[in-house]
Design a binder for this molecule. Structure first.
Ligand code: AMP
Length: 284
């Protein structure tokens, strides 16, 4: 069977109804395209656990702020199509903006509190845009399982809470961060980086590695860990820290003393490109 490309919501819903009627398990991977190994790793995991893999490609306008990169976000559908096919995707759901938002949108899904800190502080309305489009996609694709990357850790926690709060009958699977061999977390936005910026961007993963070493050697004060990370990043002249936080991995509330499971997360602006990275660590 060849890969199907579906652009109409009605047709996607009909396809999913048919698959469900046949008893097939549907695994769903939402993306904004510009596919890389991170996306392919989600697809691989979905293939292992389901009968059919649906991937959506939709650059969602309502999750971008007015000063952000909606217009310039990398788009290359024919390349994505090839990668998806080789990765074993059965259906690409690829709607136009007018298909997803045919009238003024008056209904939004908003997950409170979990979206206040970390990226939410610097991207107001971003998570509202994400949860709203993901809720729509869940109603269109009707998956049994959905796959999100740990790369966007806060997003995954927010979606998990939305699934529980709104009783979506969907299992969320979180897939580990895929990195280049030098440590840089893969991101569609890495394509914005010049060669020099690409080299500077290594400070994100390096600072996380340094944080881990400090914690492994007994440091427990978040303040000290964050300050050492800041010092390292200050050494890169193309890099500017937006935030570095150490939070409880479940509640995303900042912790002063590192115990139990924490998330260390940061956003750094390299030139004009905003990059994020994180690490989850557990101590006693
Ligand atoms: P995006 O296309 O950037 O919206 O990402 C689509 C999905 O791929 C999200 O669940 C991301 O968390 C995930 N993803 C992006 N980059 C990576 C990565 N380097 N490793 C694992 N998952 C990723």
């Amino acid at each position: 069977m060849g890969m199907k490309i579906i652009t109409q919501i009605r047709q996607m819903q009909a396809e999913s109804n048919k698959l469900r009627h046949q008893g097939k398990k549907i695994g769903f991977v939402p993306t904004m395209g510009a596919l890389h190994e991170g996306h392919l790793s989600l697809i691989r995991q979905a293939r292992l656990e389901n009968d059919v893999v649906v991937m959506s490609i939709f650059v969602n306008p309502i999750q971008f702020g007015p000063e952000e990169d909606y217009q310039t976000y990398p788009r290359d559908f024919s390349r994505d199509e090839e990668l998806a096919k080789d990765g074993g995707v059965e259906i690409i759901f690829y709607p136009a903006v007018e298909e997803m938002y045919p009238q003024e949108l008056l209904t939004f899904v908003n997950v409170e509190r979990l979206t206040d800190g970390l990226c939410g502080k610097f991207r107001p309305d971003h998570f509202r845009g994400v949860t709203t489009v993901v809720a729509k996609l869940f109603n269109i694709v009707k998956p049994h399982r959905t796959y999100f990357g740990q790369k966007d850790y806060q997003q995954a926690v927010v979606i998990k809470h939305m699934i529980e709060d709104l009783n979506f009958d969907i299992e969320l699977v979180i897939v580990p961060i895929v990195r280049d061999s030098d440590g840089l977390a893969l991101s569609s936005r890495n394509t914005y980086l010049s060669q020099k910026e690409r080299a500077s961007a290594l400070v994100l993963s390096k600072s996380l590695q340094q944080a881990k070493e400090l914690l492994d050697s007994g440091e427990r004060h978040s303040k000290n860990v964050i300050s050492r990370m800041n010092d390292l990043i200050k050494g890169e002249k193309l890099a500017r820290v937006q935030y570095i936080e150490i939070v409880d991995s479940q509640t995303l509330e900042p912790v002063e003393i590192v115990e139990k499971e924490v998330l260390i997360a940061l956003a750094v602006i390299i030139g004009k490109t905003r990059l994020i990275d994180n690490m989850v660590l557990k101590y006693n």
